[in-house]
Design a binder for this molecule. Structure first.
Ligand SMILES: C[S@@+](CC[C@H](N)C(=O)[O-])C[C@H]1O[C@@H](n2cnc3c(N)ncnc32)[C@H](O)[C@@H]1O
Length: 250
């Protein structure tokens, strides 16, 4: 079992936030918060794997009551530097089993984080845990990438996803287990401590969109929407990511 606590340690937590840039850019966060606030529909939200509050904090500022579940002490500590427990209560635990309460109208799991669960069983359990948090008719929103296996050259087990000055991202894939490891290599002038290169790895289990829908059904959800992005653009066969909205039947 991979130790997610070790991956999401103090160093990762300290480096996670990039205010105004990357995943913290207003053009990324703005549409996501608008969609999530609308889907909360006047009720409260629980974010699984809340991290440092990238989504939870602006969503609370938009008027939605938000709670969180998060495995990593370090990520919670970083969130606590920004908001108190009164504003965003967080339960430290695993999103497949931890409880932040019940009666929520919205559960959220974004930024590909369901893929951090490395077995199909754990991923289904995550849906079941979302169902336990929600009122009947409540929604579970998942943001996830589409596996890009067409990019694998015949006989090859990896792809270079990013190759830019000072940074290389290589994904290696095991198509039997649906395990994918992202190898993040930072090198050259980007390193301040004189080292030649630093490598960080994150393991994932990729999920096909249709497989995700079946996991949802096993936990009592039906799919309400699927968009290519938070701007509600059309999801097509060429889309590399999706935002999927599931509604708890009942
Ligand atoms: C990519 S970050 C996403 C954080 C936040 N949701 C965001 O959008 O910025 C992934 C987070 O998932 C957390 N995580 C990984 N596995 C988890 C699990 N089984 N239960 C709860 N949190 C988990 C990590 O500690 C980390 O904070």
């Amino acid at each position: 079992m991979v130790d997610q606590q070790r991956i999401w340690d103090d160093v990762a937590a300290r480096q996670y936030d990039t205010p105004g840039e990357g995943m913290f850019a207003p053009e990324v966060l703005g549409p996501a918060i608008e969609v999530l606030a609308a889907l909360a529909d006047g009720g409260s939200a629980v974010e699984f794997a809340v991290g440092t509050g990238r989504i939870a904090i602006p969503l609370a500022e938009a008027g939605v009551r938000v709670s969180g579940i998060e495995l990593s002490h370090a990520m919670i500590a970083r969130l606590r530097e920004k908001v108190s427990d009164d504003v965003i209560p967080v339960v430290q635990g695993d999103m497949t089993s931890a409880s932040a309460g019940e009666g929520f109208s919205l559960a959220i799991l974004v930024f590909n984080t369901i893929s951090n669960l490395l077995t199909q069983d754990a991923q289904v359990e995550c849906f079941r845990n979302a169902a336990r948090h929600l009122i009947p008719g409540g929604r579970f929103v998942i943001e996830l990438w589409v596996p890009q296996l067409r990019a694998l050259a015949p006989g090859h087990r990896g792809t270079v996803e990013v190759f830019e000055p000072g940074y290389l991202l290589v994904d290696t894939v095991d198509t039997l287990t649906q395990h994918l490891v992202s190898h993040h290599v930072r090198f050259g002038a980007a390193l301040e401590d004189g080292r030649d290169a630093v490598i960080g790895r994150s393991p994932h289990r990729y999920i096909w969109p249709s497989e995700l829908d079946l996991m949802a059904r096993l936990a009592g959800f039906e799919r309400e929407s699927r968009w290519a992005d938070w701007d509600r653009s059309e999801f097509t066969g060429e889309s590399t990511s999706h935002v999927s909205v599931y509604r708890l039947v009942g």
